[in-house]
Design a protein. Structure first.
Length: 515
């Protein structure tokens, strides 16, 4: 039977139902229809679907019909079940599904514009997830998917729908999603039957448009290497997040963007030039790469500020907007925390509570990247902020470059580019109240990484050795040793990649030798 004939029969039955008091639920026509094959898994199998983690159908717990999808994530697999669907270019689509379980995701990739996903954080009952997207001018297919989260219990999914322009898949049995106080229309061969179904909903289905990614609970090593990842193209080697080598323990994504209309608020936008340089790097791939490196034990944080950053959080309103927007980014992209690299001023009074809000909202890794001038004394706002959040601060990675000369803790003047400069200035923070395990040394990865202050990775190791063991020092030697000195930071991973990873390949192995 042709689709036109089927629609004619359904239309006739719809007219008759007015007389007999029946209400029919329609899947729609070719211009607005469910484009997903086997959407309710009523084939009794995973026909049309591909699952990474041994998914199956179940009749024990389903939302409608006889079956639902069930899949159990493993420690290294999120049990993703996906289907590639034919779509029209430059068209709008709505993707929905009913799910049950904690950390169940619904999304679409390959849209040609912005890939989308949404998730359900709690799982005691069936909830409907919904998201929408537009296809690109040349997009002819997209991949829709559901998945759970690593190591979490099995999840359920049912009644997946992609609604929009296109031709619905041909199958012998098509079941529409049951809606409150409606009926289900089932077409089998040339016979159509209608059964009335009433669903009582006491509260509206919970939906969400965020995509918080619960991060694997892998602790950082005792000594760590932090590097900044460029979300822009400045001549350094472009990299995807997944291409960052495991020598880097913390990857700081630089940078979040200020939202001009709301002071304090930040957002993240994948740079289109960088995306093109990487062959069409998408937000969905970016998110997936974050999960990939987290699975390798690396942490990914969002950095705010930078040399040209215009982010300001100097009063209660702006600080609240800042904290809330960072939490949104953590939930959307799966960041492990935030890096504060505000080179144009910071307020300890308002940023301190904001950071505690972020910490309580899931951002457990909090790092600072102050300039050397910001760490000259405890009277500096940056230093005061560090001390105010000392109990939740992960690392203070001061930038020992673009500085000229500065005073050390012995009140002597030291020039950048020397071991003395690193040890004598780190001594100020170590004597000023920060724990040794919170202090890191920030250096350029190559001469191209800064306007001044570059020194060889060997010098960096010598400074760390001086602070940790009291050996390999310059003319300045601290009065005590700091065996738990946390490590090093570099600007940037991309400049390091351009230089053959000379920084990471020299410093990271040395960190492993520290006490």
């Amino acid at each position: 039977m042709t689709s036109h004939a089927r629609r004619a029969i359904v239309a006739l039955l719809s007219a008759l139902s007015v007389t007999v008091g029946l209400v029919l639920a329609f899947a729609g026509n070719a211009s607005a229809a469910n484009l997903v094959a086997n959407p309710g898994f009523e084939a009794g199998s995973l026909s049309g679907w591909t699952c990474s983690g041994g998914g199956s159908v179940t009749s024990t717990d389903k939302r409608t019909g006889s079956y639902a999808l069930t899949a159990a994530p493993a420690g290294s697999d999120n049990a993703r079940c996906s289907q590639t669907v034919t779509v029209n270019p430059s068209s709008r689509y709505t993707l929905t599904a009913w799910v049950k379980g904690s950390y169940v995701y619904l999304g679409a990739s390959g849209t040609g514009t912005t890939d989308v996903s949404t998730w359900n954080p709690t799982g005691g009952s069936w909830v409907q997830l919904s998201t929408s997207f537009s296809t690109g001018a040349n997009t002819r297919s997209v991949t829709v998917y559901v998945h759970g989260w690593y190591g979490q219990p099995a999840y359920l999914a049912d009644d997946v729908s992609l609604d929009g322009p296109g031709t619905p898949p041909t199958s012998t049995t098509t079941t529409t999603t049951t809606r409150p106080t409606s009926s289900t229309t089932t077409t089998t061969s040339t016979t159509t039957t209608t059964t009335s179904t009433t669903t009582t909903t006491t509260t509206p289905p919970t939906t969400t448009t965020t995509t918080t990614t619960p991060n694997p609970n892998v602790p950082l090593p005792k000594h760590v290497l932090t590097g900044y990842w460029h979300n822009f193209d400045n001549g350094a080697k472009p990299l995807t997040i997944a291409q960052v080598p495991t020598t880097y323990d913390i990857i700081a994504v630089s940078f979040a963007d200020a939202v001009p209309a709301v002071r304090g608020r930040v957002e993240f936008n994948l740079d289109p030039v960088l995306s093109q340089k990487l062959g069409g790097y998408t937000i969905e791939q970016f998110k997936a790469d974050i999960k990939t490196v987290q699975g390798r034990g690396q942490k990914v944080i969002i950095s705010v500020g930078g040399e040209k950053g215009t982010i300001w959080a100097g009063d209660t309103t702006s600080a609240t907007a800042f904290a809330n927007s960072v939490i949104e980014l953590i939930r959307t992209y799966g960041f492990d925390g935030v890096d504060i690299d505000l080179e144009n001023g910071v307020s300890a009074t308002y940023m301190g509570p904001a950071l505690r809000t972020i910490y309580n909202g899931g951002g457990k890794i909090i790092t600072f990247a102050p300039q050397t001038i910001d760490g000259q004394s405890t009277g500096q706002q940056y230093f005061q902020l560090a001390l105010a959040v000392k109990d939740i601060l992960t690392i203070w990675n001061m930038q020992y470059y673009n500085s000229g000369t500065m005073l050390g803790c012995d009140q002597q003047v030291y020039s950048q580019g020397t071991v003395n400069f690193l040890t004598a200035l780190a001594c100020i923070q170590l004597q000023g109240g920060l724990r040794a395990d919170q202090v890191g040394l920030g250096l350029p990865a190559s001469p191209s990484g800064a306007g001044g202050g570059y020194q060889s990775p060997t010098n960096v190791n010598n400074a760390l050795n001086c602070l940790a063991r009291g050996t390999n020092c310059g003319t300045f030697k601290p009065s005590t040793t700091y065996p738990t000195i946390r490590g090093a930071m570099t600007w940037s991973i991309n400049w390091d990649a351009s230089n053959g990873y000379a920084f990471a390949n020299t410093v990271a192995p040395f960190l492993d030798t520290l006490p």
